[in-house]
Design a protein around this ligand. Structure first.
Ligand code: NAP
Length: 285
């Protein structure tokens, strides 16, 4: 553990609720291993207090901070600059304070893409089926478009609601939305090289749940990416692995987005292995 002194620089995460956040675990693991003089803390900030909190963090000279629910969208007008991915998604999860100039980023996009690249999977030219269309799906869609996916289909329980999300991306790429039991969507999964779950179906404590994937309508070489990180593996991953599919769970994305944020703040690439180890230790408690 790094000793906190008068010169220690501050990092943290704001959100509400925040006690469950795993960011302090992975970021302090990275800080400790790097030997840098930083500390990362969780800061509960209610909706109404966001503007005051952001000004406060700036006044206190925080090097940067993460942003989570419910502030990811609301923080945008409070910042000086917004990077391209965060603009495309309409949500910020990382802020860098450069001498009072606050810049917003969304590291979930590179976290999603980078975790796939680390296991040797390239999105370019692939047909992708995405399950769910909430906040996390926005980062996934942005990453898929940016990396050159050939085709993107979204399957959801409520297509009308999902249209609001997908319409935001239609100026960049044509995305089709389906009710996920629809035969038309099953035909899409049949041709999909990559199937991404962005719903919380299967997340702790409902570990026996999974999104409705009909494995009779899935190509033998389809790769399953479930961005849920608790449990690992999820029921969807277990079912896919039983049938010989390659899979990736959400812990890799969580660590990667944190590692990218760490580098934005400190200029140093952290040790992702120690971040993952501490995350897994923490999830298994
Ligand atoms: P969200 O905004 O609430 O969106 C969830 C999506 O799943 C929506 O399309 C929602 O449909 C659908 N959904 C939710 N419950 C459902 C149910 N019972 N049956 C069918 N569809 C359902 O959530 P989110 O922020 O995108 O997060 C989704 C998951 O991603 C969570 O498990 C979260 O932990 C995970 N995540 C992981 C990472 C990572 O780094 N690995 C990052 C972010 C999020 P409706 O619109 O119809 O409600």
């Amino acid at each position: 553990m790094t000793t906190i002194t008068g010169t220690t620089k501050n990092l943290g995460v704001i959100g509400c609720p925040i006690a469950h956040s795993l960011s302090p675990v992975i970021q302090n693991a990275a800080i400790s291993k790097s030997g840098l003089d930083y500390v990362y803390i969780a800061m509960p900030v209610e909706k109404e207090a966001l503007a005051e909190a952001v000004n406060g963090l700036k006044s206190l000279g925080f090097t940067g901070f993460n942003v989570t629910i419910p502030h990811k969208e609301a923080i945008i007008p409070l910042l000086d600059k917004i990077d391209e991915s965060a603009q495309m998604i309409g949500a910020v999860n990382t802020v860098v304070n450069n001498q009072g100039v606050l810049t917003g980023y969304n590291t979930d996009v590179d976290g999603f893409v980078g975790a796939l690249k680390d296991v040797g999977y390239e999105i370019a030219g692939k047909s992708v089926a995405v399950l769910g269309a909430g906040g996390a799906a926005r980062a996934v869609l942005c990453g898929l478009i940016r990396e050159g996916a050939k085709e993107i289909s979204v399957g959801v329980r409520n297509p009308a609601k999902a249209m609001a999300v997908v319409n935001d991306f239609s100026k960049y790429f044509p995305i089709e939305v389906f009710e996920w039991h629809d035969d038309a969507f099953k035909n899409k999964t049949k041709n999909a090289n990559l199937i991404v779950n962005t719903t919380p179906l299967g997340m702790y404590p409902n570990v026996d749940a999974m999104p409705p994937v009909d494995f009779d309508f899935v190509s033998d070489d389809a790769f399953f990416y479930d961005i849920i990180y608790t449990p690992m593996p999820t029921m969807l991953m277990k079912e896919a692995e039983k049938r010989g599919h390659r899979t990736l769970g959400g812990a890799a994305m969580l660590v990667k987005q944190g590692a990218i944020a760490f580098k934005l703040w400190t200029g140093i690439a952290p040790d992702e292995t120690i971040m993952m180890k501490r995350l897994i230790d923490s999830l298994s408690k």
